[in-house]
Ligand binder design. Structure first.
Ligand code: ARG
Length: 460
């Protein structure tokens, strides 16, 4: 049978595809990234066809040898991709027929590119989810190590970007740890839903051949079979869910990076970033710019854009497969690549972050950051917290008007605000004392932070 237009679907067509339509509709320029998983799925399908008696065992063997050769050709760079064959699936199938002859034409019985592309994409994504999981795990370890190194280092803790209470640098690093830990949890939950097999759903209605979908799914390492063939070919939730996890992670990374950027500024000077991660200015010779965290901050916009694009792609799509779905791949690939790059560079950067201990300690003392400790002390002397808050507010106003610290007020001066004050209050006004007192679970004391790090290590 001659193919009139050189296409695998040419039977019902009498005219060749318009040249620009061919360019507009092709996906092989980007979906060729799926080739390895397309071949794996084709081998599983060939096994399914042979088990069902649709093709002979020796025909299956010939097909598998042909597919192996194609894999080698692609990896050697000698495979010739062509937009005439639209996508990765047809390019590979076409080459299979060239290599093994007529028997290659038997492979597509009982399947469609619709279940094929959904299967390939899930396999591809699952592979990358596992790689990203490993990167997140390394980054979690680096954060715990950095937190441990600086479990005692005191810095100002902020709310509303104003000095609030002193905290430890280790505690701050462990806050980042918790964000990323939740991201990894979400990734793992998402993986379970990625790992469902659409293979055998065929175009939309399932196949009339007795191919065991359960056995092809098992062969491909899927945990479950998609339960409904219409849903199987149209569902892209798994991709959207991954890109949401990537977006959440990218947003978290943008928050860390924003902190690294302002901490490393001349105004703040809490950290020094290694030269290898910074660049200079073409005009100002003195500049050392925190480009890496800035770019990571910027990359979050891309990933969020990928999420909106994918959600919009699926919005209002009727069942079952629609060609719109071809637009899912570049967005998904971009989210995977962008997140993987950001995680990799942070794994290298985080261990090299050097906090400036004196500068942080000095800043932690500014802004009456132990005022809450003074109020808590009054509470322990029987004064209701609201009243204590009021008293200490007036003490702060007095100290501020005289340009001095709380601890520089004399006892008689303090007693002017409350007769309950005695010498002991001065013991809670040091920032070291303030930090050390917060030793409950999740608190900022070096002791609590060390406990948190030990517990976190068991979760990594
Ligand atoms: N390249 C297509 C995609 O990425 C594959 C499925 C095409 N199916 C079809 N019937 N045209 O979605």
């Amino acid at each position: 049978m001659v193919q009139k237009t050189g296409k695998r679907w040419s039977g019902r067509f009498s005219a060749a595809t318009d040249e620009f339509v061919e360019q507009f509709t092709e996906s092989v320029s980007f979906d060729r990234r799926l080739y390895h998983f397309d071949i794996l799925a084709s081998v599983a399908h060939a096994n399914g066809l042979a088990k069902a008696g649709v093709i002979a065992e020796d025909e299956r063997d010939v097909i598998v040898v042909g597919l192996d050769q194609i894999q080698e050709e692609i990896e050697a760079g000698s495979f010739s991709w062509s937009i005439v064959h639209e996508d990765v699936h047809t390019n590979i199938e076409n080459r299979l027929v060239e290599i093994v002859g007529e028997v290659g034409k038997k492979l597509h019985a009982g399947r469609s590119r619709n279940d094929q592309v959904a299967t390939d994409l899930r396999l591809w994504l699952r592979h990358h989810v596992d790689q990203i999981d490993a990167q997140m795990t390394s980054l979690l370890s680096e954060l715990a190590a950095l937190a441990e190194r600086y479990a005692d280092a005191i810095m100002p803790g902020l709310t509303h970007m104003q000095n609030a209470q002193p905290v430890t640098f280790g505690h701050h690093m462990m806050a980042w740890f918790e964000m990323l830990f939740r991201d990894r949890d979400r990734l793992r939950e998402c993986r379970a839903r990625v790992s469902h097999s659409p293979l055998g759903a065929a175009a939309l209605a399932g196949t009339s051949f007795p191919i065991s979908r359960e056995s092809t799914a098992t062969e491909l390492g899927f945990e479950e079979v998609c339960r409904n063939s219409l849903d199987a070919v149209s569902d892209r939730d798994f991709a959207i869910e991954f890109v949401f996890v990537a977006s959440m992670t990218a947003v978290h990374l943008s928050r860390w990076c924003e902190e690294l950027v302002y901490w490393s500024s001349d105004l703040i000077g809490f950290v020094e970033l290694p030269d290898e991660f910074c660049t200079g200015s073409s005009i100002m010779p003195q500049k050392k710019n925190p480009d890496v965290p800035e770019i990571i901050r910027g990359k979050s916009g891309r990933v969020l854009g990928d999420l909106v694009a994918l959600l919009t792609l699926v919005k209002s799509q009727p069942l079952a497969y629609n060609r719109d779905n071809q637009e899912d791949k570049q967005r998904l690939f971009d989210a995977v690549d962008t997140l993987a790059d950001c995680l990799q560079i942070l794994c290298d950067l985080i261990p090299q972050v050097e906090p400036n201990l004196e500068r942080m300690l000095e800043a932690a003392g500014r802004g009456y950051t132990t005022a809450t400790d003074m109020a808590d002390w009054l509470v322990r002397r029987g004064i209701p917290f609201r009243e204590a808050h009021e008293i200490v507010g007036s003490v702060v106003a007095e100290a501020e008007s005289r340009g001095i610290e709380l601890k520089e007020l004399s006892l008689p001066e303090l007693q002017h605000f409350s007769v309950r004050f005695d010498e002991e209050v001065f013991s809670v006004l040091s920032i070291e004392g303030s930090v050390a007192a917060r030793k409950q679970t999740g608190g900022t004391s070096p002791e609590a932070v060390r406990t948190a790090i030990a517990e976190a290590r068991t979760r990594i």
